[in-house]
Design a protein around this ligand. Sequence first.
Ligand SMILES: [Fe+2]
Length: 137
Amino acid sequence: MLTWNEKFATGSALLDTQHRMLFVKVNHLESLLDGPPQPKSAYDELINFLGTYAITHFEFEEECMLQYRCPTHGKNKEAHAAFLAKFGEFRNAYIEQGPEIELLRELQRFISDWITNHILAVDIGLRGCVKARSGLP
Ligand SMILES: [Fe+2]
C-alpha cells in the first residue's frame, strides 16, 4: 500500500492532493485484488477513473511546471507520455482479457512503482522552483 508523506511534497498543495488521490485509487485497486472477486464494473470504474484522472492531473502539473519555469518540465512531459502509452497498453489488454487477476496485479504494481519513482525523481523538482519564485509578483 502506498502512503503519502512529506518526501513526496512538490511545493504545490493542489498537486500533492492529486498525488494523494492517485495513491488512494491505486491502493483501492490493491485491496480489491486482495479480496474476493468483484463484479467487472468495479474494475471498469477504477481503471476508467485512473485513466481520466491521470490525464487531468498530468495536464495540470505540466502547466504548473511551465508557470514556475521549472527545468524538469520537458522530462516531466516525456515521462507522462510514456506512462499514458503503457497505461493504454494495459487498458487494451484489459478490454481483450477482462478482469484477469494477474493482469490487474501487474497494472497495480506498474502504477505503484511508477508514481512513487516519478514523484521522487521528477515532480519534486518543482519544490525548488516554487520556493525560488514565491517572492515574485
Ligand atoms: Fe509528473
